[in-house]
Design a protein around this ligand. Structure first.
Ligand code: ATP
Length: 236
């Protein structure tokens, strides 16, 4: 079976810094897969290689069987990304931001607005659709990033620390949305510092450190073993 993500010996260096240092990983179609690891472990770099923002230094990376460099468009069209940073166009109403995103991925104009509204409803900010990004609260901005990722109805949803710094209610709301998407067949890759978040959502988790995989396990196994690299817990 084709994997949703397959990387072998993936490498990325920034001068002397080896952000990815021989990472190998396989995420199966339909899985809810977690990436855990300390700051600077290479999680965001890994995601950026998959979505084509960062050019790998070596190794191999595929998304649904498409090489992320040679078959960039096919690989990129399969991915919906909710990044860590708020990289949203601030000069348009948020529904237009989503329409542009849909258009970029080849969704016809007459469908794009419906898709945008559907995605905004799904994350609970449809009533904010005419507002600008800067007018939204931090929590709503997080919801918007998820809506933008969903507008193309992606096969693979990538969430880079989606609940960092958000309140308990929003965290639970976001968990609910992504859990339902996964139950309906979307593969999910989630990075987090919270072992409890991984425990509630993920089928399997890879612990990454120094740009390499340390281990792959179920979240329960990691909790039982009290893995040193996973020390942050949620309180709610
Ligand atoms: P965090 O949990 O803090 O988000 P991370 O696991 O996502 O961390 P990365 O952001 O991928 O880690 O960073 C991996 C390493 O690569 C770090 O040492 C970081 O400083 C370095 N790095 C990342 N991007 C760049 C860049 N554009 N230029 C130079 N070094 C970089």
């Amino acid at each position: 079976m084709t994997a949703a993500i397959e990387v072998r010996d993936l490498r990325k260096s920034y001068g002397e810094i080896r952000a990815l240092d021989g990472l190998s990983l396989r995420v199966e179609e339909g899985e809810f897969f977690g990436l855990l690891g300390p700051n600077g472990a290479g999680k965001t770099t890994f995601i950026n290689v998959l979505v084509g923002l960062v050019r790998k230094s070596g190794g191999h990376a595929e998304v649904f069987g498409h090489d992320v460099v040679d078959e960039y468009r096919q690989a990129r069209d399969a991915i919906g990304l909710a990044p860590q940073e708020f990289n949203v166009d601030r000069f348009f109403p948020i529904e237009e931001v989503l329409v542009h995103k849909a258009g970029y991925h080849g969704i016809p104009e007459d469908e794009a607005l419906d898709r945008a509204h559907e995605a905004l409803k799904r994350v609970g900010i449809y009533d904010k659709r005419r507002e600008r990004f800067d007018w939204l609260s931090g929590g709503m901005k997080r919801r918007l990033l998820l809506a933008r990722a969903l507008v193309t109805d992606p096969e693979l949803l990538i969430l880079d620390e989606p609940t960092a710094g958000v309140d308990v209610q929003l965290r639970h709301d976001l968990w609910e949305v992504v859990r339902e998407l996964n139950e309906n067949g979307t593969t999910v890759l989630l990075t987090t510092h919270y072992i409890e978040e991984a425990e509630r959502l993920c089928d399997r988790v890879a612990v990454v450190d120094d740009g390499r995989k340390v281990e792959v396990a179920t979240p329960d196994d990691l909790m039982d073993r009290g893995t040193d690299t996973v020390t942050v817990t949620l309180r709610d």
